[in-house]
Ligand binder design. Structure first.
Ligand SMILES: [Cu+2]
Length: 249
C-alpha cells in the first residue's frame, strides 16, 4: 500500500494579529454582503434563486475565513468577486443609473461596495495585512454607502405620481408582473402604476414609448397608439417575464 505523504499547507500565512486565527475583515465584508442580499429578498417578499445561492456561498466563505485565514480562500474570494461583478454588470449599470428608486439603487450600491470591500480586503490579506490596516477600505466603502443613501433619498423625494384622468387605462406592475392583456380604446392615455418597491419600465414594441416607472409611483403616458396589437414589456435586466399585450381599438 502506498504511503500517505503528508504535504504541508502551501504557503501558510501568518495569522492576523488583531484577529487570531481568522480574517475578520474579509469575513465581515462577506457577512454584510449576505445580509444585504437576504434583506433585499425579505423586503420584496420574494426569493431569487441566484441571490440565495450567492448568499449561502458567501456565508460559507465568511465562516471559513473567520476560523482561519487561508491563502486559497482569499484568492477564491477575489476571483468570485470579480466574476460576480462582471456577470452582474447589466444589473449594476441599470440600477445605479436610477437613484430615484431607492431600494434597487441602495441595494445595488451596497452589494457592489461589500463585494469590492471583500475583494480588496482579501487582496490586502494576501499580503499579510492586519484587520486594522484595512480600515481605509472600510471607511471608503462606508462613506460611499452613506453618499448613496443620501443621493437616492434626495432623488426619490423629487419624484411623485402623476394624476389619473378620466378615460385613462391603468396598467399595474405588481410583484414584477404586468397584466397579460390590456384593452386600450384609441386615444386613451395609459396610467402606468408601479406597485412595487423596485423600478420598472414600460416599453411598447414598435413605438417610441419607453417610460421609466420609478418605485411605488404612477406615470401617465399619452401614447396615442394606432389601432392594433402591441407587445409591451419591462426592459429592466432580470424582469424578462414582465410582458403582455395591448389591444388598441
Ligand atoms: Cu420590471
Amino acid at each position: 500500500m502506498a504511503a500517505i505523504i503528508e504535504r504541508p499547507d502551501p504557503a501558510p500565512l501568518t495569522d492576523d494579529p488583531s484577529s487570531p486565527g481568522g480574517d475578520r475583515f474579509v469575513a465581515t465584508s462577506l457577512f454584510l454582503l449576505a445580509g444585504v442580499l437576504l434583506g433585499f429578498q425579505v423586503l420584496i417578499s420574494e426569493l431569487i434563486p441566484p441571490l440565495v445561492v450567492t448568499s449561502v456561498m458567501v456565508v460559507a466563505f465568511g465562516t471559513a475565513l473567520l476560523r482561519r485565514r487561508r491563502r486559497w480562500l482569499l484568492i477564491t474570494v477575489i476571483v468570485v468577486a470579480v466574476l460576480q461583478l462582471a456577470g452582474s454588470m447589466p444589473f449594476i449599470v441599470s440600477n445605479l443609473a436610477h437613484p430615484e428608486s431607492p431600494l434597487s439603487f441602495i441595494v445595488e450600491a451596497f452589494t457592489v461596495l461589500a463585494t469590492l470591500s471583500a475583494a480588496l480586503g482579501a487582496a490586502a490579506g494576501l499580503r499579510g495585512a492586519a484587520t486594522g490596516s484595512r480600515r481605509p477600505i472600510a471607511v471608503g466603502a462606508g462613506g460611499l454607502a452613506l453618499i448613496a443613501v443620501v443621493v437616492s433619498l434626495f432623488a426619490a423625494s423629487g419624484v411623485g405620481s402623476d394624476t389619473m384622468q378620466v378615460g385613462d387605462v391603468t396598467i399595474e406592475a405588481e410583484m414584477a408582473h404586468f397584466p397579460e392583456h390590456v384593452e386600450v380604446p384609441v386615444g386613451a392615455a395609459i396610467y402606468a402604476d408601479n406597485r412595487d418597491p423596485v423600478r420598472h419600465t414600460l416599453v411598447i414594441e414598435g413605438t417610441d414609448v419607453h417610460v421609466e416607472m420609478p418605485a411605488s409611483t404612477a406615470v401617465r403616458v399619452e401614447a396615442d397608439l394606432a389601432p392594433g396589437t402591441y407587445r409591451y414589456f419591462c426592459d429592466v435586466p432580470g424582469h424578462e417575464r414582465m410582458e403582455g399585450q395591448l389591444d388598441v381599438g
